[in-house]
Design a protein around this ligand. Structure first.
Ligand SMILES: Cc1cc2nc3c(=O)[nH]c(=O)nc-3n(C[C@H](O)[C@H](O)[C@H](O)COP(=O)(O)O)c2cc1C
Length: 171
Protein backbone atom coordinates (compact mmCIF):
# COMPACT_ATOMS: atom_id res chain seq x y z
CA UNK A 1 0.00 0.00 0.00
CA UNK A 2 1.28 3.46 -0.81
CA UNK A 3 1.51 6.08 1.92
CA UNK A 4 -1.04 8.18 0.02
CA UNK A 5 -3.56 5.33 0.18
CA UNK A 6 -2.94 4.72 3.89
CA UNK A 7 -3.48 8.42 4.61
CA UNK A 8 -6.72 8.35 2.64
CA UNK A 9 -7.96 5.17 4.33
CA UNK A 10 -7.15 6.09 7.93
CA UNK A 11 -10.07 7.06 10.11
CA UNK A 12 -10.82 6.67 13.78
CA UNK A 13 -11.82 3.11 14.64
CA UNK A 14 -14.01 2.74 17.69
CA UNK A 15 -15.29 -0.79 17.12
CA UNK A 16 -12.87 -3.69 17.29
CA UNK A 17 -13.12 -7.40 16.50
CA UNK A 18 -11.81 -9.91 19.00
CA UNK A 19 -8.65 -10.68 17.01
CA UNK A 20 -5.08 -11.12 18.15
CA UNK A 21 -2.16 -9.43 16.43
CA UNK A 22 0.61 -11.66 15.05
CA UNK A 23 4.11 -10.97 16.37
CA UNK A 24 5.44 -10.12 12.91
CA UNK A 25 2.86 -7.33 12.62
CA UNK A 26 3.70 -6.05 16.07
CA UNK A 27 7.37 -5.94 15.04
CA UNK A 28 6.52 -3.84 11.97
CA UNK A 29 4.34 -1.50 14.04
CA UNK A 30 6.99 -1.05 16.71
CA UNK A 31 9.54 -0.27 13.98
CA UNK A 32 7.22 2.53 12.81
CA UNK A 33 7.52 4.04 16.29
CA UNK A 34 11.27 3.50 16.46
CA UNK A 35 12.01 5.14 13.11
CA UNK A 36 10.07 8.34 13.77
CA UNK A 37 11.79 11.71 13.65
CA UNK A 38 12.36 13.47 16.97
CA UNK A 39 13.78 16.73 18.23
CA UNK A 40 17.59 16.37 18.46
CA UNK A 41 17.01 12.68 17.89
CA UNK A 42 16.35 12.43 21.63
CA UNK A 43 13.67 9.81 20.94
CA UNK A 44 11.94 11.03 24.03
CA UNK A 45 9.27 8.41 24.00
CA UNK A 46 8.16 5.32 25.87
CA UNK A 47 5.04 3.38 25.01
CA UNK A 48 3.01 1.16 27.32
CA UNK A 49 1.15 -1.46 25.30
CA UNK A 50 -1.81 -2.79 27.27
CA UNK A 51 -3.17 -6.18 26.25
CA UNK A 52 -4.46 -7.49 29.59
CA UNK A 53 -8.31 -7.29 29.57
CA UNK A 54 -8.50 -6.36 33.27
CA UNK A 55 -6.09 -3.49 32.81
CA UNK A 56 -7.96 -2.30 29.70
CA UNK A 57 -11.18 -2.42 31.71
CA UNK A 58 -9.59 -0.26 34.41
CA UNK A 59 -8.54 2.24 31.75
CA UNK A 60 -12.16 2.83 30.68
CA UNK A 61 -13.06 5.06 33.67
CA UNK A 62 -9.63 6.69 33.39
CA UNK A 63 -10.49 7.64 29.79
CA UNK A 64 -13.89 9.35 30.16
CA UNK A 65 -15.72 6.02 30.12
CA UNK A 66 -14.90 5.35 26.47
CA UNK A 67 -16.06 1.76 26.51
CA UNK A 68 -14.50 0.71 23.21
CA UNK A 69 -11.13 0.81 24.96
CA UNK A 70 -11.83 -2.57 26.50
CA UNK A 71 -12.40 -4.09 23.03
CA UNK A 72 -9.19 -2.99 21.31
CA UNK A 73 -6.30 -5.41 20.90
CA UNK A 74 -3.88 -2.97 22.52
CA UNK A 75 -4.26 0.33 24.29
CA UNK A 76 -1.06 2.31 23.77
CA UNK A 77 -0.05 5.06 26.19
CA UNK A 78 2.53 7.51 24.82
CA UNK A 79 4.82 8.58 27.66
CA UNK A 80 7.58 11.20 27.61
CA UNK A 81 9.97 13.14 29.80
CA UNK A 82 8.20 16.53 29.93
CA UNK A 83 11.44 18.36 30.78
CA UNK A 84 12.64 17.96 27.20
CA UNK A 85 11.47 20.34 24.50
CA UNK A 86 9.31 18.82 21.74
CA UNK A 87 8.08 15.91 23.84
CA UNK A 88 4.50 16.49 22.69
CA UNK A 89 5.58 16.62 19.06
CA UNK A 90 7.87 13.59 19.21
CA UNK A 91 5.23 11.28 20.65
CA UNK A 92 2.70 12.51 18.11
CA UNK A 93 4.99 11.91 15.14
CA UNK A 94 5.75 8.38 16.31
CA UNK A 95 2.10 7.49 16.88
CA UNK A 96 1.10 9.02 13.56
CA UNK A 97 3.56 6.67 11.84
CA UNK A 98 2.12 3.83 13.92
CA UNK A 99 -1.42 4.71 12.84
CA UNK A 100 -0.54 4.77 9.15
CA UNK A 101 1.45 1.55 9.39
CA UNK A 102 -1.57 -0.01 11.11
CA UNK A 103 -3.75 0.89 8.12
CA UNK A 104 -1.36 -0.80 5.72
CA UNK A 105 -1.54 -3.98 7.80
CA UNK A 106 -5.36 -3.88 7.89
CA UNK A 107 -5.76 -2.56 11.43
CA UNK A 108 -7.38 0.54 12.85
CA UNK A 109 -6.54 3.04 15.56
CA UNK A 110 -8.16 5.82 17.50
CA UNK A 111 -6.34 8.64 19.27
CA UNK A 112 -7.37 8.90 22.91
CA UNK A 113 -6.93 12.38 24.29
CA UNK A 114 -9.81 12.30 26.76
CA UNK A 115 -8.11 10.77 29.77
CA UNK A 116 -7.32 11.61 33.35
CA UNK A 117 -3.54 11.56 33.44
CA UNK A 118 -3.28 10.78 37.15
CA UNK A 119 -5.63 7.81 36.78
CA UNK A 120 -3.87 6.45 33.69
CA UNK A 121 -0.54 6.77 35.47
CA UNK A 122 -1.90 4.94 38.50
CA UNK A 123 -3.35 2.08 36.44
CA UNK A 124 -0.21 1.67 34.33
CA UNK A 125 2.29 2.38 37.14
CA UNK A 126 3.89 5.23 35.19
CA UNK A 127 6.42 7.23 37.26
CA UNK A 128 5.33 10.61 38.61
CA UNK A 129 7.96 12.59 36.68
CA UNK A 130 6.80 11.26 33.30
CA UNK A 131 3.98 12.71 31.20
CA UNK A 132 1.29 10.75 29.42
CA UNK A 133 1.13 12.83 26.25
CA UNK A 134 -1.53 10.97 24.29
CA UNK A 135 -2.93 7.47 23.99
CA UNK A 136 -4.21 5.33 21.15
CA UNK A 137 -6.36 2.25 20.74
CA UNK A 138 -5.37 -0.28 18.14
CA UNK A 139 -6.86 -3.47 16.73
CA UNK A 140 -8.84 -5.15 13.98
CA UNK A 141 -11.78 -3.00 12.89
CA UNK A 142 -15.28 -4.39 12.74
CA UNK A 143 -18.52 -2.89 11.48
CA UNK A 144 -18.97 0.23 9.42
CA UNK A 145 -16.95 3.37 9.97
CA UNK A 146 -17.81 6.61 8.27
CA UNK A 147 -15.17 9.16 7.32
CA UNK A 148 -15.63 12.56 8.91
CA UNK A 149 -15.62 15.73 6.87
CA UNK A 150 -12.71 18.09 6.45
CA UNK A 151 -12.35 21.82 5.90
CA UNK A 152 -11.87 22.94 2.31
CA UNK A 153 -8.17 23.33 1.44
CA UNK A 154 -8.73 27.04 0.74
CA UNK A 155 -9.59 27.51 4.39
CA UNK A 156 -6.14 26.58 5.68
CA UNK A 157 -3.55 26.76 2.87
CA UNK A 158 -1.98 30.14 2.12
CA UNK A 159 0.64 31.17 -0.42
CA UNK A 160 3.59 33.32 0.71
CA UNK A 161 1.77 35.06 3.52
CA UNK A 162 -0.83 34.21 6.10
CA UNK A 163 -4.34 34.69 4.77
CA UNK A 164 -3.34 34.79 1.09
CA UNK A 165 -5.63 32.31 -0.57
CA UNK A 166 -3.89 32.23 -3.97
CA UNK A 167 -4.02 28.75 -5.40
CA UNK A 168 -1.08 26.51 -4.56
CA UNK A 169 -1.92 23.50 -6.70
CA UNK A 170 0.31 22.83 -9.65
CA UNK A 171 3.25 24.35 -7.73
C1 LIG B 1 -5.29 14.74 20.00
C2 LIG B 1 -6.50 13.91 19.69
C3 LIG B 1 -7.30 13.44 20.72
C4 LIG B 1 -8.40 12.63 20.43
N1 LIG B 1 -9.09 12.07 21.46
C5 LIG B 1 -10.11 11.22 21.18
C6 LIG B 1 -10.78 10.52 22.23
O1 LIG B 1 -10.47 10.64 23.41
N2 LIG B 1 -11.78 9.67 21.87
C7 LIG B 1 -12.16 9.46 20.58
O2 LIG B 1 -13.06 8.67 20.34
N3 LIG B 1 -11.53 10.11 19.56
C8 LIG B 1 -10.52 10.97 19.83
N4 LIG B 1 -9.84 11.57 18.81
C9 LIG B 1 -10.21 11.28 17.41
C10 LIG B 1 -10.87 12.49 16.73
O3 LIG B 1 -12.17 12.65 17.22
C11 LIG B 1 -10.84 12.22 15.21
O4 LIG B 1 -9.51 12.10 14.77
C12 LIG B 1 -11.54 13.33 14.42
O5 LIG B 1 -12.90 13.39 14.76
C13 LIG B 1 -11.42 13.09 12.93
O6 LIG B 1 -11.96 11.84 12.59
P1 LIG B 1 -11.09 10.70 11.90
O7 LIG B 1 -9.93 10.37 12.81
O8 LIG B 1 -12.02 9.53 11.75
O9 LIG B 1 -10.60 11.22 10.58
C14 LIG B 1 -8.74 12.36 19.08
C15 LIG B 1 -7.93 12.84 18.06
C16 LIG B 1 -6.81 13.58 18.35
C17 LIG B 1 -5.90 14.02 17.22
Amino acid sequence: MQVQKAIQKRLSIRRYADASIPDEHLDILIKALQLAASGNNYQNWEFVFVKNPDVKQRLVPACSNQRFIKDCAYFVAGVADPKLKWHMVDITIALTQFALQAVELGYGTCWIGAFDEAQVKRVLKIPEDKKVVICMTFGMPTGKHVARGRKAVEEFIYLNQFGSRSKLSGA
